[in-house]
Design a protein around this ligand. Structure first.
Ligand code: BES
Ligand code: MN
Ligand code: MN
Length: 458
């Protein structure tokens, strides 16, 4: 193992150079105009994985963006198999004017690599490719069998992978699913995430008059869809910050006292958290702490909203329509289909008769609970501690990775979420970054995980 870790130390520059190449592709999965960039990125990744030492590597076409798949089963049928999952697609870069260096021209400043996808998830998933490479180059083999599945549409709901997975459960058969696509609880506190929130996404448009109208000529007499959308959305929470959708909480499993205590004893400083975000105060569901609100309770948020005139200056109109994009974060045992249906029928019941409504569900994913005592979790905590020199904690994450619940159900193997990011990495935001120490440490953690997993599985 010493030689493998030495190879990593000796090759930092090469690993950084390759990650920079990977990051230059604007592989934004949600935008049609980047379809070719997503495909080019998949092909580049395939070539890189081949040069890293995997022999069986394919770019698999799907109904959406391609899946990059590789395997090395040279450890033999009796040895354990690790399925490593991640995504090479990224979120849109906008608002572009807030980036200090261009999002697809990765730049190092102050020990951090800036660019879209650095932390979410190209940097994290690539650490695993380079971890495996380090074993291949030093030992000519891996300590366990490895399957690599890197998809191209996690950021838009993993729809194609959700079709692919049940049909390919045999191909993906494994003993554990290793994922690095989450963050640490704080600096110097590596974290193994044992729960992810689910997500349900809907979009609605209210339409009033059949065209924009002069707001003086007609104002006061005709329904304004923007006003009505605001009124409607205001009704979706009550004064205690609870979501008012009928039966929204029916399937929510409350945390036990012990788990609540464990989560609330993680070193969280509410003042620092508030200040770091430039806020004067926090808000949320009454009766729950910030840590629980952001990880263990279901939510409803507007993600985007538009209506009327939003360009420079002012235009006096009553807009013809108003749209809101809404997501709900879900916790066990809510399901995304159930919540999508409940939200749609509840919202329809709130629309006044004089408005037209068009409302539909998008993608979604179910909440996840992963074992905290699986062999993979043991291997991950040793790997993180050895690579970074800090003990890891177990925590719940508020974000979602839509395919994970389905992985566990279809493959009947536990997921291990060995994240490498930090909350301050600005994922989905301008100036996304990944600390180089986390990247190089992550490569070591990946290499160590494979070694440890072979031991703990014996
Ligand atoms: N890597 C994130 C999930 C995540 C977010 C982990 C925050 C840790 C902290 C993932 O790429 C993501 O953004 N998922 C989306 C899924 C959605 C678009 C279906 C999310 O959570 O919004
Ligand atoms: Mn991600
Ligand atoms: Mn993301």
């Amino acid at each position: 193992m010493k030689e493998v870790l030495g190879y990593i130390d000796d090759n930092n520059d090469k690993f950084l150079g390759e990650l920079v190449e990977f990051l230059k592709f604007p592989s934004v999965s949600t935008r049609e105009r980047n379809k070719k960039d997503v495909l080019d990125c998949a092909n580049w990744l395939k070539d890189n994985i081949i040069s890293s030492g995997f022999e069986t590597v394919e770019v698999i076409e799907t109904s959406g963006h391609p899946i990059v798949y590789a395997e090395w089963l040279g450890a033999g049928a009796d040895a354990p198999t690790v399925l490593i999952y991640g995504h090479y697609d990224v979120q849109p870069e906008d608002p572009i004017n807030l980036w200090k260096s261009p999002p697809f021209e990765p730049t190092v400043r102050d020990g951090k690599l800036y660019g879209r996808g650095t932390a979410d998830d190209k940097g994290q998933v690539f650490a695993h490719v380079k971890g495996a490479e380090s074993h291949f180059k030093k030992n000519g083999k891996l300590p366990v069998n490895v399957k690599l599945l890197i998809e191209g549409e996690e950021e838009s709901g993993s729809t194609a992978l959700m079709e692919f997975l049940p049909k390919n459960a045999d191909k993906l058969k494994c003993d554990t699913i290793l994922i690095s696509d989450t963050s640490w609880f704080a600096d110097e506190i590596p974290s193994i995430v044992y729960s992810l929130r689910g997500i349900a996404v809907i979009e609605m448009t209210l339409t009033g008059p059949n065209r924009d109208l002069h707001s003086g000529q007609y104002g006061g007499a005709v329904p304004n869809p923007a006003n009505e959308l605001c009124k409607l959305i205001a009704k979706l929470h009550d004064e205690d910050g609870k979501v008012t959708i009928k039966d929204f909480y029916t399937n929510v499993v409350e945390l036990g006292a012990e788990e609540t205590k464990a989560l609330e004893s993680l070193p969280f400083n509410e003042k620092d958290y508030t200040e770091e975000l430039g806020l004067n105060g926090l808000t949320g569901e009454k009766g729950y702490s910030t840590v629980l609100r952001a990880s263990s309770r279901p939510t409803l948020d507007i993600n985007g909203m538009f209506s009327g005139y939003t360009d420079e200056g002012h235009k006096s109109i009553i807009p013809s329509s108003a749209t809101a994009k809404i997501s709900m974060r879900l916790v066990p045992d809510q399901t995304w289909q159930e919540i999508t249906d409940k939200a749609i029928s509840h919202i329809k019941s709130l629309v006044p008769d004089f408005m037209h409504v068009e409302i539909h569900g998008h993608h979604g994913g179910n909440p996840v609970i992963a074992a905290i005592d699986s062999p993979g979790v043991k291997a991950a905590s040793i790997a993180l501690e050895t690579a970074f020199g800090f003990k890891s904690v177990n925590m719940r994450e508020g974000g979602s990775i839509p395919i994970v619940e389905m992985f566990q159900a279809e493959l009947k193997a536990p997921a291990v979420l060995m994240g490498l990011g930090l909350d301050g990495d600005n994922i989905h935001s301008p100036n996304e970054k990944f600390n180089l120490s986390h990247y190089f440490g992550g490569i070591k953690a990946s290499a160590l995980f494979l070694e440890e997993f072979a031991k703990v599985s014996k």
